[in-house]
Design a protein around this ligand. Structure first.
Ligand SMILES: Nc1nc(=O)c2c([nH]1)NC[C@@H]1CN(c3ccc(C(=O)N[C@@H](CCC(=O)O)C(=O)O)cc3)C=[N+]21
Length: 285
């Protein structure tokens, strides 16, 4: 058996094209263009590349990209003042503060300042609470993209055993919530989980979001399982995921590659969330 390689890049390209059509319809209905503000503090080169890619994708979808840069020495009050200015700006539908932030800034305080209805990263406690309560809100982009790939691959997810490895606020926890909303039986495993290999062996769906290159071994994964690899690790061998891809690919049903899997979906879902936020602000379904 050879695994199907899930083409996240192609799926994301289709999604972006369909968002671009919806953006055009939004512009006709609302008489304005949806806007995404991206805030970058400092000059970390990897963050600068991500921000540039997000800006390009935003414009390609026909939306306005507003980029704000603050020096790495910026204070927390200065950053929060910028967030509040963006909250009040009627042309801004989505606000993304690129993480991580420099050490002198409390990320939690900055995220808490974002208007939850513009929180296109889904990081505020309000949006986490909405997700936990099955209310309309904005869910984090990476888990949203993973769910789209899983539904496309498997159709109905009801009753499947899903194991999420990782419990971050950005990926692991919201991923588990979204899988639960799809009626999966969900286990969240993490660095302190005992017998991790045997926990993972139960899974029909494995979502790996640990941040350790090739930590998940091929023989941890049940034959015929579907594997979503969220890891993006820069190593001497280039960009690799959290799953030992070659070993898993021999017996799983389907697996996302790194790069070209989840990463492009994250950016496409950021655009989707921005359009969702804009429609809600305009009272368009
Ligand atoms: N507030 C905030 N929100 C984020 O969503 C956020 C963030 N901060 N900080 C950094 C991480 C990282 N991130 C990625 C998005 C897309 C790719 C992506 O498209 N990756 C390509 C490869 C890119 C490459 O070659 O480096 C792929 O996997 O195919 C990767 C990483 C979003 N992040």
């Amino acid at each position: 058996m050879t695994a199907e390689i899930i083409d996240g890049k192609a799926f994301a390209a289709n999604l972006r094209a369909s968002i671009a059509e919806d953006v055009a319809a939004f512009r006709d209905a609302a008489g304005r263009t949806p806007g995404l503000a991206v805030v970058l503090v400092g000059d970390d080169p990897a963050s600068a590349v991500y921000v540039r890619n997000k800006g390009r994708a935003t414009r390609e979808a026909g939306m306005e990209s507003l980029e704000h840069r603050l020096p790495g020495s910026a204070g927390q009050d200065e950053l929060i003042a910028l967030v509040e200015q963006l909250n009040a700006d009627p042309t801004v539908d989505g606000i993304l503060v690129q993480l991580p932030l420099p050490g002198q800034i409390d990320e939690r305080a900055v995220v808490a300042a974002i208007d939850p209805d513009k929180d296109v990263d889904g990081l505020t406690t309000t949006n986490a609470g909405r997700l936990a309560n099955n209310m309309d809100g904005l869910a984090p982009c990476t888990p949203l993209g993973c769910i789209m790939l899983l539904k496309d691959q498997l159709g109905e997810l009801k009753g499947l055993e899903a194991v999420v490895i990782g419990r971050s606020i950005l990926v692991g926890k919201p991923m588990a919530q979204l899988l639960l909303a799809e009626n999966c039986t969900v286990t969240i495993a993490h660095s302190k989980t005992r017998g991790l290999a045997d926990v993972v062996r139960r899974a029909d769906i494995v979502v790996a979001a640990i941040g350790i290159p090739h930590m998940v071994k091929g023989d941890w994964i049940k034959p015929g399982a579907t594997v979503i690899d969220v890891g993006i690790n820069r190593t001497a061998d280039g960009l690799v995921g959290d799953v030992d891809f070659a070993a898993a690919a021999s017996h799983v049903a389907a697996i996302t590659p790194v790069p070209g899997g989840v990463g492009p979906m994250t950016i496409a879902c950021l655009l989707a969330n921005t359009l969702t936020a804009a429609k809600r602000r305009e009272g368009i379904a």
